[in-house]
Ligand binder design. Sequence first.
Ligand SMILES: Cc1cc2nc3c(=O)[nH]c(=O)nc-3n(C[C@H](O)[C@H](O)[C@H](O)COP(=O)(O)OP(=O)(O)OC[C@H]3O[C@@H](n4cnc5c(N)ncnc54)[C@H](O)[C@@H]3O)c2cc1C
Length: 424
Amino acid sequence: MAEPHVNSYYAATVNDRTRYPQLQGSLKADVCVIGGGFSGINTAITMAERGRSVVLLEANRIGWGASGRNGGQMIYGFSGEGNLKAQLGADATRLIRDLRYRGHDIIESRIKTHAIACDLKYGWMEVAARAKHMTGLREHYAEMVEDGHGDHWELVEREALPKYLGASAYHGAMIDRRSGHLHPLNLVMGEAAAAASLGVKVFEDSPVIELEGGAKPFVRTAAGRVEADSIVLAGSTEHQFQRGPLFGLTFPTGSYIICTEPLSEELANQLMPQDLAVADSNIVLDYYRLTADRRMLFGGRCNYSNRDPSSLTATMQPRLVEIFPQLANTRIDFEWGGRIDIVLNRIPAIGRLEPNVYFTQGYCGHGVNFSHIAAEVLSDAICGTTEKFDLFERIHHMRLPIGRWAGNQLLALGMLYYRLRDLL
Ligand SMILES: Cc1cc2nc3c(=O)[nH]c(=O)nc-3n(C[C@H](O)[C@H](O)[C@H](O)COP(=O)(O)OP(=O)(O)OC[C@H]3O[C@@H](n4cnc5c(N)ncnc54)[C@H](O)[C@@H]3O)c2cc1C
């Protein structure tokens, strides 16, 4: 039985409540995509736009996973860029330059072409949580200006911060006016409707329980079977096929969000005068923004045990109030969490289990933009243009072949280490 969307601000304000059918019986397609999040849906759209027949299978509801419950921050680039450059040198520099805003382009084009209402607003800011973090922000700002992005990047010294943010905890910031924030569940539901309108056969409540490779690969669900020339695993942390190059590669970790009642216009302007999305510079970071109806949507990690806490509000509200004392008496209306797919070297994992069975996952909490990029890289590879895909396949990933439980304990320890480092 399909799990419903998590009880979030997004589920409460979703525009499109379409239920897609369950797969019954056998189908054949050029491409079968497993997973109805941004990665899967966008692969399906791109392949359908290129004339391929596509079946998409989602275990629960479209947008049930991280895509329908994230912080909604559309951030340039992707995780692990430093490690990517260390491994691939000039090839990585070129790849990052080519791709860093590609997801934004795709999202904008989906919104425009398919009239998707998802509250997209521009402006994203990284704030320095420690005085010493300003060095890194200044260097990164200089790099972005050198790469030609000076017209939409700003560096903000501490004394100028009140113009952008009503919080005194920070030491300065950098702003990217080309990144921003949006309602992710409305985006992914809109994209699913777009896929269906292009002829993609979309199924919910259809978990894939068996995957068979070979010359004629196929997948099986409880009530159906799909045979396809290519299969794409886009199930992120949840899919059951962590084998071959995926074994010991990615580890899910919790990230959590609380969301307040709507703030008065005056208070919202005081806290977020420019309505930017904000993330701090810690590795174990806080991220927050206003929703379209002026709620403070505040996310982060709230423990280091890798187990969900019994009350998110009790553990996260004190942190929210530490940043914004003005919200001490503000009601919390929603709390929810989700799983972030962490790769040890933080570089997203794009590759294949077999010549015609592809995978993409491991965006390390930086997937709104990157899932759209990955979908295009995979679609290009399936259609025979493998230049970017080959670079991702060349990456050497660290693996911990110790199973998920033990890996998660190690990850929890690692997060604690980084939290202590953030505090020092
Ligand atoms: C709380 C939270 C906050 C975040 N905040 C941000 C943010 O602000 N900005 C940002 O860039 N990124 C953020 N992220 C990360 C981002 O949301 C993800 O990287 C991205 O959504 C991953 O998309 P996806 O399509 O690959 O996976 P998902 O969206 O997780 O989709 C995978 C889908 O596959 C389905 N599935 C799994 N197994 C099977 C199977 N066997 N058969 C059929 N279907 C299956 C699942 O049910 C799920 O719906 C956040 C993540 C979380 C959890």
